[in-house]
Design a protein. Structure first.
Lengths: 193, 702
């Protein structure tokens, strides 16, 4: 669901406490997102930049996921910006119609290519593939922590909070640079296959 | 004067450290060397290629190169990292107000960039967004890749097919910096032992390493040859001949010292040529001690031999190849000093040196005579061998380098643009004029003008920025935007809004096109019509390939005057010495049989006839005349049975062969080709001397 958040996926500095989550347990936790045809959800995002004294970057908008592998990340505020992702490319479209396209095949950096592969796994919410790239741990009943297994990723850690219904409520990123980002989600609308 | 004295005294110690040169530019004519240096100093020319097997993990190697060799690498397309291009991207963004008018929608576009910045991203991208709210960097990567112009598109920053993966890498230093190149190659080979390399850095390093190794091998082989010669002298109990060696060594040593004084240094290859000079110079001493050192006749023959040899060597000093020039100066000096010293010591103390001749007269030995005749008959074969005067014969390449280079040329060779040197005093204006001409004639252009407008246009753009940035009101009112885009706002402060002076601050993003204040532009003609227009407009524009291909013409020109002049000079001198056309012909028989010997060896061993072998041939001509003169003088005096001359010639043959033969063990084509010509030429010369001249003389007499 939250695939965009994984465009650049995550390396690990230290280890979080918590019990390891098996592939089966992860499948169970993400059960709500299986057999999804489309998913629509509003989001609010806050980014804290280590080098900025007090300013926080905030944005909000709407996320739409179309299975098997298309995501529209529509930022409404502070300035309209659409980000469309699929297995092959990312397209960023500004309010003035200007577009920037990044093709996976053009990504020279092995890290970028690996991150795009990971991102696709998240797009599919494929518990098996995610488990192969991340160490998954359960902090408490509603919080899972993901640590990337490979080196050189841009993020140290991701924390996923689920509500009792199994909806993803919040994602917290801790980036390798020390910046932090929190994504809060509203009530999702799910259409099943 | 003082320098000369110090040099003479300290040469043995100091030479290794300071006065011995091992650069490979010494093989190239000055103009070619300057051209090569001219190209070499532009970073545009600093691309090298790492070849991997098709199933290798290129991604992993790219990451390792990036991690371990970051300071040596300017650009690595398979690991594009904005952080590594910091100076370049900062300069590109800072020049935005010089390229574009102030954007009226700056506030909206900053908001859009803030939205982008809120997305998760690697830490190094955020500073770029903070300095570039207007997206100036979007097309920078594409611009940089366009400069390289491979004929095959890059795939993940590499060139691939079923046979191999090629990783292009632009190094951050000139190919002239061999020490740094060695460090880079050693680290790379530790990371990837199966990798192969080619490119300007690798080529320069490979040549220099090869020269060093060849010089060491040739020197060792030369010393062994000289020890064998000394051993022969001792075993045959001609101890007094050994007394010639210190005199000879002093003569050659003085030759080396004066060569350093003239050229500032002496090349390792010139020094390795020393044993050959010792072999040649020994002729005069040995000839004198086996005959009578007091005899004017002996010294007259010696002088005739010396002068003919010097005539050829001096002629070759006019060669455009610095190494040949230096070798010839060294040879002329070494031979002359040795001759003078021999004359002084042997005339002054003749009894100390006089040696009993070997009881050896070649006489009428049929196999030798037939061999000499065979060589004489074979000498026209030389004219049937194609002359390979490609400049490639001056360049050493290892088999693996040749393999990768051939694959690259066939599969992905970079396009071959024309380099136009821009006017130094106003390179920006000159670049724009070139660009406008290219656009008007449909040619693709790359250079400074593609990135930076003319000063007048810069000023017009800057004016629109100044009205905003120099006003009392802040450019951006939102505190969050002000803080986030602080790096950008700093780069467009009022005080910085001036046209760029490229002489003082050449832009980093155009650094590929500048070297030492000189700028070049690249033009890509697509058809013959564009090519002819380009040649008419820019007569001095050349492609690197075209420049190198022009040099065979220089070599041909050099040979076209040097060979006939050498022959005429020597023949004229011989005719003057003998006063007879027939005796003159006899005296060149050793040369002709030497030529025939090489022709036979070339046919058997598939030796190429290169520019350097032709130069070697001239040298054979020069020294073969010594032997011709000694023997013809002997025969004219009806003294064929006299042992002294034959003894001298047999010792000299041994010494010359021992001096030149080691060169064939070299791998560098210049040394190897020279070595083969001198070895086979010397061998044939001796056969012609011992059995060719006497046989012809006897036939004539009969």
């Amino acid at each position: 669901v939250l695939s965009l958040a994984f465009i650049h996926v995550f390396a690990w500095a230290g280890s979080s406490s918590g019990s390891p989550v098996s592939v089966e347990a992860l499948k169970k936790a993400l059960a709500k997102y299986q057999n999804v045809k489309t998913l629509d959800v509003d989001f609010h995002q806050t980014k804290t930049i280590k080098d900025m004294k007090g300013g926080k970057l905030e944005s909000s908008g709407h996320l739409r996921v179309e299975r098997p592998a298309r995501v529209l990340w529509k930022i409404v505020r502070p300035e309209p910006l659409n980000v469309t992702l699929d297995a092959e490319k990312i397209v960023i479209t500004g309010s003035d119609g200007s577009t920037e396209t990044f093709k996976a095949a053009d990504a020279a950096s092995p890290r970028d290519r690996r991150n795009l592969e990971d991102m696709l796994n998240w797009l599919k919410l494929d518990a098996v593939a995610i488990s192969s790239s991340f160490n998954v741990m359960r902090l408490n009943a509603t919080t899972l922590v993901f640590e990337p297994k490979h080196e050189g990723a841009a993020m140290k850690k991701l924390e996923m909070s689920l509500n009792p219904k199994g909806d993803v409520r919040e994602l917290k990123f801790l980036e390798a640079s020390g910046d932090e980002m929190t994504l809060s989600f509203g009530q999702p609308k799910i259409a099943r296959e | 004067m003082m320098r000369g004295l110090i040099l003479i005294l300290l040469f043995p110690l100091a030479a290794r450290a300071q006065w011995i040169d091992s650069s490979h530019e010494v093989f190239l004519p000055k103009k070619l060397s300057q051209t090569a240096t001219g190209f070499r100093d532009y970073p545009l020319f600093w691309w090298n290629f790492i070849s991997l097997p098709p199933d290798a993990n290129a991604d992993l190697l790219c990451s390792k190169i990036y991690e371990r060799l970051q300071s040596d690498v300017l650009k690595l397309p398979c690991h594009f990292d904005a952080k590594n291009l910091k100076a370049l991207t900062e300069d590109w963004v800072a020049d935005l107000p010089r390229r574009q008018d102030f954007p009226e929608d700056l506030d909206r576009r900053m908001g859009q960039t803030l939205a982008k910045a809120s997305l998760p991203m690697p830490g190094e991208l955020l500073p770029l967004l903070r300095s570039d709210p207007l997206g100036a960097l979007t097309d920078l990567r594409a611009r940089l890749e366009r400069r390289v112009h491979f004929t095959k598109p890059l795939e993940h920053g590499t060139i691939r097919d079923n046979e191999r993966i090629l990783i292009p890498v632009q190094l951050a230093f000139s190919p002239a910096d061999n020490g740094r190149t060695r460090g880079f190659i050693e680290t790379l080979m530790n990371l990837c032992p199966e990798c192969k390399l080619f490119g300007p850095h690798v080529g320069a390093w490979e040549n220099e390493a090869r020269i060093r190794s060849d010089v060491a091998n040739v020197s060792i082989a030369g010393v062994i040859g000289m020890i064998l010669l000394a051993g022969y002298i001792l075993v045959t109990r001609r101890m007094r001949l050994v007394l010639l060696l210190p005199i000879l060594t002093l003569g050659v040593y003085l030759g080396a010292v004066f060569t350093v004084l003239i050229f500032g240094s002496i090349h390792g290859i010139t020094l390795a040529f020393g044993p050959g000079i010792i072999g040649l110079a020994l002729d005069y001493g040995v000839h004198a001690v086996f005959l009578d050192p007091r005899s004017k006749h002996t010294w007259r023959s010696n002088l005739a031999g010396l002068l003919t040899t010097l005539a050829i060597l001096i002629l070759m000093i006019f060669s455009q190849i610095p190494l040949l020039k230096q070798m010839m100066v060294f040879s002329v000096l070494g031979l002359s000093f040795s001759f003078i010293l021999f004359y002084f010591f042997l005339r002054r103390w003749p009894r100390v040196f006089m040696t009993k001749a070997y009881a050896f007269v070649p006489g009428s030995w049929k196999p030798g005579e037939w061999l000499a005749l065979l060589m004489l008959v074979a000498c026209p074969l030389v004219f049937f061998r194609p002359v390979d005067i490609s400049v490639q014969n001056m360049n050493y390449e290892s088999p693996s380098t040749i393999e990768v280079r051939d694959w690259f040329a066939k599969n992905a060779g970079a396009l071959n643009p024309f380099w136009v040197e821009e006017k130094g005093d106003d390179a920006l204006e000159s670049s724009h004029a070139t660009r406008e001409w290219a656009e008007a004639n449909g040619l693709e252009y790359e250079g400074l003008a593609a990135s930076l407008p003319r000063a007048k246009e810069q000023e017009a753009h800057l004016k629109t920025w100044r009205t905003k940035a120099c006003a009392r009101k802040p450019l951006v009112s939102d505190p969050l935007k002000r803080e986030f885009f602080e790096p950008f706002l700093r780069s467009v402060e009022c005080a910085r809004l001036e046209p760029r002076d490229i002489r003082l601050f050449p832009p980093e993003y155009a650094a590929d096109f500048v070297s030492g204040g000189r700028w070049v532009s690249l033009l890509f003609p697509k058809n013959d019509e564009q090519l002819s227009k380009l040649r008419a407009k820019f007569p001095n524009a050349h492609t690197p390939r075209e420049m190198f291909e022009a040099f065979p013409r220089i070599f041909m020109f050099e040979l076209s005057w040097m060979v006939p002049v050498a022959f005429l000079l020597a023949l004229g001198f011989l005719w003057f010495h003998f006063g007879s056309a027939l005796a003159t012909f006899y005296s060149i028989v050793p040369f002709l049989s030497g030529l025939g010997c090489w022709a036979i060896a070339a046919a058997v061993f598939h030796l190429p006839l290169t520019f350097i072998s032709l130069i070697g041939l001239l040298m054979v001509f020069g020294f073969s005349l010594d032997y011709g003169i000694f023997v013809v003088d002997l025969l004219k005096a009806k003294n064929e049975g006299q042992h002294g001359v034959w003894s001298a010639l047999s010792v000299c043959s041994f010494a010359t062969l021992a001096g030149f033969a080691p060169l064939v063990f070299a791998y560098h084509p210049v040394l190897r080709d020279l070595g083969h010509m001198l070895l086979w030429g010397s061998l044939g010369t001796f056969v012609g001397t011992f059995w060719g001249i006497p046989r012809l003389y006897r036939w004539r007499a009969a």
